[in-house]
Design a protein around this ligand. Structure first.
Ligand SMILES: [Zn+2]
Ligand SMILES: [Zn+2]
Length: 98
C-alpha cells in the first residue's frame, strides 16, 4: 500500500466519521448521528471508542485474530474485554472506508 498519510488523516478528520454508519452503544446516538457527551449538550468531535469498535467489527476482517466481518475479535478463543477490537483491525477498517 502506498497510500499518502495525508489522505488517512483527512479521512479521520472529515466531518462525518465512517463509524457513524452504526449506532453508538455508549451514548445512544442513532445511525449517521454524531456522538454526544453524557449530558447530551455537546457533540463529540470523534465517535466513542465503543462505537468505532462496533463499526470496525462490522466492516473489516481482523488481521490479528483472523475473524471475518461481523465476528467479534478474540484472543486465544476468548472475546476481547469490553467487546474491543484489535488495533490492526481498526487500520483495516479505515483503509476499507477510505
Ligand atoms: Zn457515542
Ligand atoms: Zn482481532
Amino acid at each position: 500500500m502506498t497510500r499518502m498519510p495525508d489522505s488517512i488523516r483527512h479521512t479521520l478528520r472529515a466531518a462525518q466519521h465512517p463509524a457513524r454508519a452504526v449506532p453508538c452503544p455508549h451514548c445512544g446516538a442513532h445511525e449517521h448521528q454524531p456522538c454526544t457527551t453524557p449530558s447530551k449538550r455537546r457533540l463529540m468531535p470523534q465517535p466513542h471508542p465503543q462505537r468505532v469498535s462496533n463499526w470496525v467489527q462490522i466492516v473489516a476482517c481482523c488481521p490479528a485474530c483472523q475473524v471475518e466481518p461481523g465476528v467479534p475479535c478474540h484472543e486465544n478463543g476468548w472475546p476481547l474485554r469490553n467487546g474491543d477490537t484489535h488495533p490492526r483491525r481498526h487500520i483495516e477498517a479505515q483503509e476499507t472506508a477510505a
